[in-house]
Design a binder for this molecule. Structure first.
Ligand SMILES: [Zn+2]
Length: 242
């Protein structure tokens, strides 16, 4: 058992964890932390347009298999364990059984850090559906240690970048920036493996630079070249300000 923080990312579609927080997660895996990406769907309907356009007659199952192989390779680049729950996307819906499955995963990994989507995403409703479920399941998980009654502290929960470039529409005002200059190339290599959405690499290069610009302005650290942005959801506790 390691004393390093375990980090679990809940991702509506297979590319999301990589594009929005892949650089941050890679920093943790470099430090020896366990990192798990739970993908609720393969993004087979809503985020696989290239396959549908380029391969006439392709089936949903074939799209899922291609995306499954892609995400396995991306996760390997980041040093992340990936779990694909195959809940079907567009729309992503959570029933009682699915919520119980998510609670069970939180109990299994007992993460000290949880990452998920920003909670208001009018341009991609699967994303905020994922986060609504995740935040509820975290609350269930900390309240109900399955059989032992053991106390399980709330994980630090951060919500990552909504769909770019329309983040203002989602009213996303980041309060936390992670400098990913040292893992940015690794993040890009992971995104390259997600070939169905490879166009996103250019988008996230721009946004990585944009968030770094903001992070430099806030911190006066001129060495930050790429950053990822988050909103902290759970309260922070300490005996001094962080
Ligand atoms: Zn997505």
């Amino acid at each position: 058992m390691t004393d390093k923080p375990c980090i679990v990312v809940f991702s509506a579609h297979v590319t999301d964890f990589c594009s929005r927080c892949g650089g941050t997660v890679a920093k943790y895996t470099h430090d020896g932390s366990k990192a798990v990406a739970v993908c609720f769907t393969f993004g087979e309907r809503g985020e696989s347009g290239k396959l549908w356009r380029e391969r006439e007659g392709i089936t949903v199952e074939e799209v899922k298999q291609i995306r499954k192989l892609e995400v396995a390779k991306a996760a390997e680049v980041l040093g992340v364990e990936v779990i694909c729950l195959d809940y079907d996307d567009n729309p992503l819906v959570f029933d009682e059984a699915r919520r119980r499955e998510v609670v069970a995963l939180i109990h299994r990994y007992r993460p000290s850090i949880v990452l998920s989507h920003w909670k208001h995403e009018p341009t991609n409703p699967d994303h905020d559906a994922a986060t609504e479920a995740v935040l509820r399941c975290v609350a269930h998980a900390v309240q109900s240690s399955p059989t032992t009654g053991a106390v399980y502290p709330w994980p630090a929960t951060y919500l990552f970048e909504p769909t770019i470039p329309r983040t203002e529409e989602s009213r996303f005002n980041p309060d936390t920036f992670i400098d990913i200059s040292d893992t940015f190339e690794q993040k890009l290599e992971a995104m390259r493996q997600l070939a169905t959405q490879v166009h996103l690499m250019d988008w996230y290069i721009q946004y990585g630079q944009h968030r770094a610009w903001q992070a430099r302005d806030v911190s006066a650290n001129q060495d930050i070249r790429y950053a990822e942005a988050f909103v902290r959801h759970s309260p922070w506790v300490g005996n001094r300000f962080p």
